[in-house]
Write a protein that binds this ligand. Structure first.
Ligand SMILES: [Mg+2]
Length: 413
């Protein structure tokens, strides 16, 4: 079996409302590039990567010559062809490699008649639990609804997510407003669901001293962990010395070099594995193995997925024994998907691991066309800009906070 064609299509899928984060905002939609790898036997494998738009499509167009004729079973060979670690210093193709790895695993699963989880060692669990992932949100420009800014709105949104999807773990995404306001919000969230678990992620916007202050203030809550309170392994290590809450990261341990550094001199307790950032599902399984050996925690990170990447997260979550936390997903903030059957469903806060051959999801061509058309209409959006604060950029550590009293609704044009 050989790779005969590689196609990439960029799509944009609307969100229920714009999601705010420490560096700006998802402007009411996600932009994702869907990759199709077709073999000479007619099997089509699916991949997905984030951001980039046309530039992501150009990467796959450029790689087509390299990949044509390659055996999709030779995934490790493909790693060195596409993202050799020293060459990748210059071309930064790790995320493209991840999308191609997803597609090759999907092809192999279909060719061999087994789900991807079977290729990766076999399922240890049939369902992967997820956290609610509560964001501060701007109102949706079309409806004026969906705002999450006040403490009452935060609680109402979390209650709604729990009622709709059954979550028993709540992640608060923050780093938007002054620390005292976010501390009040997080404490209120934890108090609202005393039997549930909570986690907090300010996206590394604080100084080490602010991280220590916040960490100590939340020690009595049912925290899974405090995620990236500060940017850098040394700041995390200094925080960890003074705070009795596990620290997690998807920022400063995102490759094997950094994992080695963290293993030799621990700064982070829980490594959030992202099938895109690490360069594929297999890289995450490998990293989980290192963490298992050194008894470092792992969880599954979300970088803003549609159904194809969600499937990779489910297969990953199914096969790693040391998954001791609910996974993260932005998925329930979407209003649609490009896979057959529409959005995958949550049952009791978890999603079933697909059991059909390959990744277990199929492209819905009509939806792909519809969302590709929407992308052509709306284009990319600046992920690191706030639509209501033109010219603003956060510092690291930040002191340029949004105002919790600002109730304007941005236009997302
Ligand atoms: Mg994070």
């Amino acid at each position: 079996m050989k790779i005969a064609d590689v196609r990439a299509t960029t799509v944009t899928v609307p969100l229920e409302a714009p999601l705010r984060h420490a560096n700006g905002c998802h402007w009411g939609r996600f932009v994702r590039t869907i990759v199709e790898v077709e073999t000479d036997t007619g099997i089509v494998g699916l991949g997905e990567m984030g951001g980039g738009g046309e530039s992501a499509e150009a990467v796959f167009r450029a790689l087509k010559g390299t990949l044509k004729g390659h055996d999709p079973a030779r995934i490790e060979e493909m790693r060195f062809r596409v993202a050799n670690p020293t060459a990748s210093l210059y071309n930064n193709r790790t995320q493209a490699l991840a999308a191609l790895e997803f597609a090759c695993l999907d092809i192999l699963g279909q060719a061999w008649g087994v789900p991807v989880s079977e290729i990766l060692g076999g399922r240890l669990r049939d369902r992967v639990p997820f956290a609610s992932y509560c964001f501060f949100r701007y109102p949706d420009a079309r409806t004026g609804r969906g705002e999450v800014r006040t403490i009452e709105q935060i609680i109402a949104n979390a209650r709604d997510l729990k009622a709709r999807y059954g979550f028993t773990t709540h992640k608060m995404k923050a780093g938007v407003f002054p620390q005292d306001y976010e501390l009040e919000a997080y404490t209120a969230l934890a108090a609202e669901f005393p039997g549930d678990r909570v986690r907090f992620d300010p996206n590394a916007v604080w100084s080490t001293e602010e991280a220590i202050r916040f960490g100590q203030a939340i020690e009595g809550l049912r925290n899974d962990y405090l995620e990236d309170p500060v940017y850098g392994l040394h700041g995390m290590r200094r925080t960890r010395e003074k705070v009795r809450v596990p620290l997690a990261t998807n920022t400063v341990v995102v490759n094997f070099e950094q994992l080695a550094a963290n293993t030799l001199d621990t700064a982070v307790d829980v490594i959030l594995l992202d099938t895109t950032f690490w360069g594929g599902i297999r890289a995450c399984v490998k990293a989980a193995g290192v963490c298992e050996t050194f008894q470092t925690g792992v969880a599954v990170h979300s970088s803003g997925e549609l159904g194809i990447q969600l499937a990779t997260m489910l297969h990953l979550g199914a096969v790693i024994p040391n998954l001791s936390f609910a996974a993260d997903a932005h998925y329930h903030h979407l209003t649609g998907d490009i896979i057959d059957g529409g959005l995958m469903r949550y049952e009791g806060g978890a999603i079933r691991v697909p059991e059909s051959p390959g990744l277990g999801v199929k492209l819905n061509r009509e939806k792909l066309r519809e969302y590709a058309e929407l992308y052509r209409e709306l284009g990319n959006y600046p992920y690191d800009q706030d639509p209501l604060r033109p010219g603003w950029a956060p510092l690291v550590p930040n002191d340029r906070w949004a105002d919790p009293a600002d109730d304007r609704c941005p236009s997302m044009a």
